[in-house]
Design a binder for this molecule. Structure first.
Ligand SMILES: Nc1ncnc2c1ncn2[C@@H]1O[C@H](COP(=O)(O)OP(=O)(O)OP(=O)(O)O)[C@@H](O)[C@H]1O
Ligand SMILES: [Zn+2]
Ligand SMILES: [Zn+2]
Length: 991
């Protein structure tokens, strides 16, 4: 029989789970010092008694505090919470021998912890001068209750739940009332899917399942169902696995004027809920005063007993206390039964519905319906504690979110984690289920992925949330970050590996912490409130790292594990996926439901920080990455990290160089990292502009090594072509196709220089191509001068700290004369002047002023004496040209940030506000002093155009395309002129 099999198997698995839990505690206790246990937060050492009193049901409650006389004002940070079972020990340790008794935490604050003791062992009392240790214990109350429920289920013969049990074990088909009574909805706002679920629940005789995906108003629906049941005169027992979920229902039902009663220790309830607790109602009842008096008497007797040292007198007090407690219990019992009977809806946690609690005062047939919310997060055995009390059950939840936490992997694998809800859907399919399909939480861009991957594409976003964004919140500025619902920050190839810790459950990634922190900064700077942001990570270690970094600055921001955030929502969610490794291992992340939960907490914005290269190895995570790439904005982590470039991208291509050429230090710079151009660029894409974005994005997956390899082989390929051309005397020149990108052209340029060939680029944009030809007659190949070779070691020292640059970006100059440092210096002087002129123009064009330019004064013009530039300068009277070309060269080579020497040849970014090239550490406007301009610019554009480009990074870069084209064209024509003048000059020489 299915039932018996289920019970015996589940009992076995529960035992296994229990043992795993005990084992864990034992490992702590045996192998870890008390001090370390305290550091882990599961132990509190050397506390003193603050006070002692009698609480509800005659429990003794003691308040423990740190040793104030020694100056300890607050408890060490710990993981104790209300409801935890704790052992209290004498200060010699935390062993079984030193245990005084066990109790339950009722309250915890920074300054003290309160513990209630159900039955203090005879004579056990606490010395007000003594010191005590507290240790969290594995809670076996839950296990005992579940076991008892399973055994009761197994032995169930007749009772209210008989036919329900048959249905739930497949022995009878679920049935429904043939006709529904006409009814009116209490909540007129319900959507169609919610109404359908309510009607269905009312119509079913034994079982109805309400499947509520994230944000679909599951609780709203459950509340309506309960109100309808009450209207029909049913008594309802309503449960959920967590106190929070129960409290939520209490609040909502109370608002609808239902007569509710909340069971459970008041210390475990939200403050706003406490007035609905049994204690509170009891305190208002007629018996309250009598009960209070009895309690006082007990307290008095306790004090009296302590003062007496004589055995006989103590005995008298003990007897008196016993009598008083008995009377207290009798009075309370009568009062409780009365209160319970008059409530329409009794609410508790699943395990709180046990019959060793107040419910034991009710007759077996009292309840008609049992409603279990968040059913997919509960162990089935915990559901049976309540289910045995009624003839009909309504189960609500989402089995596509996380199942209950289970310590024993094997028990989970053998089926302990299968929830009742999921099991029933497996048995009966959709016939017992109604799914809610309108969601009221997420921007549709966030929802679509979850809908497609988890809910058969059935979800639709309600119009009130469909398009909502962070920028729509009051006080939030409209910037890129607040205007996109989906932001993927990709760390692939950035070297931000996870920490290498063997423990599968504890993984951390400091690099991701830094990026999260930077993103939080931009969100909060844009006006998003910290309390509206959740930072979520799947691993506790990462949560700790994130808290360390962020909590002090943003105390109101919630930083939690995915599992700890289930059932919640926030306007903005920042998710750090942590895993980044060569093996592509995702481990714990491979639980699809965990990722589903994490993403669907977000209302208006989700940012995912992850290494797409690693997480793509998992199909479900890949679908998320793909979705975000497709409809969201994608950035590379390069954009966020300082100092990453020098660390990860200093490369040496010495092996690809030949010695024959006149390689200037500028060219050496060029050698460093060609091929990274695409990767370094802002890989921002929007829905309007996602082709380029995803290309870039894909590109960024290639690792540094691979790029380097590709680069070498490309180099060899082109070089071979050029060498073949050189052998073929019939060929006048070698034109490379326009399909060559800037990087390819850079290689051609380099090879031509090495082989002493002339090279020239023509055309614009996509039509641009480079041609190589033989040098005219006997044009001398430039040898590096002595001076140059010497200074090559420290070439950058010579260059000034701020290097202005015109707007030529990532496009290498088509031709480059060999220059020496002196020449450069002189040209720099000229450039200063040129730039000042440009400045004036720019100011007119846009309201943005380069931050640090024009500060250096030109010391006057001097003619250069040696080097190729000399020839060029002589040949081209317009000395604007020298400035131009060297500015281009310079702009393309070194970061403009003060003292930064990072090459920006291929990894550079142009700042549109100051028109200078920066390395990836310094390109962010805020970093190098253009922050205010960026902000005001963003605001200006928005107010002017009324829209914000989601991936506005792209647009911004081409903001000044005219200028770029203008400069390029100017350079090209100058180069052509130069080439022809050179020819004529050489001819003159020859003749
Ligand atoms: N029919 C409706 N019309 C408008 N808003 C609704 C409707 N149903 C639910 N909502 C809103 O959706 C939000 C979530 O609803 P509710 O609290 O019932 O869901 P929940 O059960 O807590 O969440 P979840 O569905 O994620 O479990 C609430 O803000 C609620 O006001
Ligand atoms: Zn700038
Ligand atoms: Zn820099």
């Amino acid at each position: 029989m299915a039932l018996e099999k289920f019970v015996s198997k589940t009992l076995e698995l529960l035992q296994e789970e229990r043992e795993a839990e005990i084992e864990e505690t034992k490992i702590w206790q045996e192998n870890i010092s008390l001090k370390d246990l305290q550091n882990k937060g599961v132990c509190l050492l050397k506390l003193q008694i603050g006070s002692q009193s009698t609480g509800l049901y005659g429990r003794t409650v003691i308040v423990l505090e740190p040793r104030k006389h020694l100056g300890f004002s607050s408890l060490p940070s710990n993981s104790f919470g209300p409801g935890d079972i704790v052992g209290i020990y004498d200060p010699s340790g935390c062993s079984a021998a030193s245990q005084i008794c066990t109790g339950i935490v009722t309250r915890i604050s920074q300054a003290s912890i309160s513990v209630a003791f159900d039955d203090l062992k005879d004579g056990a009392s606490f010395d007000s001068d003594g010191l005590y240790n507290l240790l969290k214990l594995a809670n076996d109350v839950t296990y005992k209750r579940m076991k008892r429920a399973l055994n009761a289920l197994n032995g169930y013969r007749t009772g209210p739940a008989s036919s329900l049990i048959h249905v739930l074990f497949g022995d009878a088909q679920p049935s429904s009332h043939s006709q529904s009574n006409e009814f009116e909805f209490f909540n007129s706002e319900l959507d169609d899917s919610q109404r359908e679920a309510v009607s269905f629940a009312l119509l079913q005789r034994e079982l109805a399942v309400v499947h509520g995906p994230p944000g679909t108003g599951k609780t709203t629906t459950v509340v309506e169902i309960i109100l309808q049941a009450v209207k029909q005169g049913q008594k309802v027992l309503c449960c959920a696995p967590s106190n929070v979920a129960v409290d939520n229902l209490v609040e909502r039902l109370a608002r609808c004027k239902a007569k509710v009663l909340r069971l459970g220790h008041p210390a475990r309830l939200l403050e706003s809920i406490q007035k609905h607790s049994l204690d509170a109602i009891l305190a208002q009842s007629d018996n309250a005063n009598i009960i209070a008096d009895i309690r006082k008497d007990i307290d008095k007797a306790l004090v009296g007993m302590k003062k007496k040292s004589e055995k006989g007198e103590r005995g008298n007090f003990k007897r008196e206390i016993g009598e008083l407690r008995k009377e207290l219990r009798n009075r309370e019992t009568a009062a409780i039964a009365e209160i319970l009977k008059s409530a329409d809806v009794v609410l508790s946690t699943n395990t709180g519905a046990c019959d060793d609690g107040p419910l034991k005062f009710l007759p077996a047939e009292h309840f008609d319906w049992v409603v279990i919310d968040e059913c997919a997060q509960a162990l089935e055995s915990s559901c049976w504690i309540a289910l045995l009390r009624a003839r009909k059950c309504i189960l609500a939840g989402d089995y596509k979110q996380l199942p209950p936490t289970i310590k024993s992997q094997t028990a989970a694998a053998k089926g302990l984690s299968l929830s009742l809800m999921e099991r029933l859907i497996q048995t009966y399919g959709d016939s017992v289920v109604r799914m809610l399909t309108v969601q009221y939480r997420m921007n549709s861009a966030i929802m679509e992925w979850a809908s497609k991957e988890m809910y058969h594409g059935r979800l639709t976003a309600h119009s009130s949330v469909e398009k909502h964004l962070l920028k729509d919140l009051p006080g939030v500025a409209c910037v890129e970050e607040t205007s996109t619902p989906l932001l993927l920050i990709d760390t692939a190839g950035c070297g931000l590996s996870e920490m290498e810790i063997a423990d599968e459950q504890s993984k951390g990634n400091q690099g991701e912490v830094d990026i999260v922190s930077l993103h939080i900064k931009s969100l909060t700077e844009a006006g998003v409130k910290a309390k509206d942001i959740a930072v979520i990570a799947p691993y506790n270690l990462q949560v700790d790292l994130l808290r360390q970094k962020l909590s002090a600055r943003h105390p109101e921001m919630e930083i939690k594990s995915v599992d700890g955030f289930q059932g919640r929502e926030k306007e903005a969610v920042v998710l750090s996926l942590v895993r980044s490794n060569r093996k592509g291992e995702v481990g714990f992340l491979a639980e699809d439901r965990r990722i589903n939960v994490a993403v669907t907490r977000a209302r208006r914005h989700i940012a995912v920080v992850c290494d797409t290269q690693t997480v793509r190895n998992h199909a479900f995570l890949k679908s998320l990455v793909d979705h975000m790439t497709e409809v969201g904005e994608v950035r590379t982590a390069f954009e966020y990290l300082q100092d990453i470039v020098p660390q990860n991208y200093t490369r040496d291509h010495k092996d690809t160089k030949t010695n024959t050429s006149s390689t200037s230090n500028k060219q050496k710079n060029r050698d460093q990292a060609p091929g990274k151009a695409k990767e370094g660029q802002k890989t921002t894409s929007s829905s309007k502009d996602n082709t380029a974005g995803s290309q870039n994005h894909t590109k960024s997956h290639t690792s540094a090594q691979k790029d380097q390899k590709d680069n070498k082989s490309r180099y060899a390929e082109i070089k071979l072509q050029v060498e073949n051309f050189m052998k073929d005397v019939n060929m006048k020149n070698l034109q490379f196709p326009s399909s060559f990108n800037s990087h390819d052209r850079l290689l051609v340029h380099q090879i031509a220089e090495e082989l002493g060939l002339v090279h020239e680029s023509r055309g614009e944009g996509g039509g641009r191509c480079i041609t190589v030809s033989r040098p005219v007659a006997s044009e001398p190949v430039e040898e590096p001068t002595q001076e140059e070779t010497q200074e090559e070691e420290t070439p950058e020292e010579e260059t000034p700290e701020e290097e202005p640059a015109p707007a030529l970006q990532s496009e290498p100059p088509p031709s480059q004369p060999s220059v020496d440092l002196k020449t450069l210096h002189l040209e720099r002087m000229r450039r200063e002047q040129q730039k000042r002129e440009e400045n004036v123009q720019q100011k007119k064009q846009q309201n943005c002023n380069p931050a640090a330019q024009g500060t250096k004064k030109s010391k006057g013009k001097k003619k250069t004496k040696a080097g190729a530039c000399d020839i060029a300068a002589a040949a081209v009277p317009d000395d604007d040209f020298d400035a131009l070309i060297s500015a281009v060269v310079k702009a393309d080579s070194v970061c403009s940030f003060v003292k930064c020497k990072a090459s920006v040849l291929t990894l550079g970014q142009l700042c549109i506000y100051c028109n200078r090239q920066f390395c990836l550490s310094h390109h962010i406007p805020e970093v190098h002093g253009c922050g205010d301009k960026a902000k005001s610019h963003a605001r200006m554009r928005i107010s002017k155009e009324g829209v914000l480009y989601a991936g506005s990074g792209k647009k911004d870069k081409s903001l000044d395309p005219n200028k770029k084209v203008y400069l390029q064209r100017k350079l090209d024509s100058k180069l052509k002129d130069m080439a022809s003048q050179r020819k004529s000059k050489n001819k003159e020489k020859d003749t």
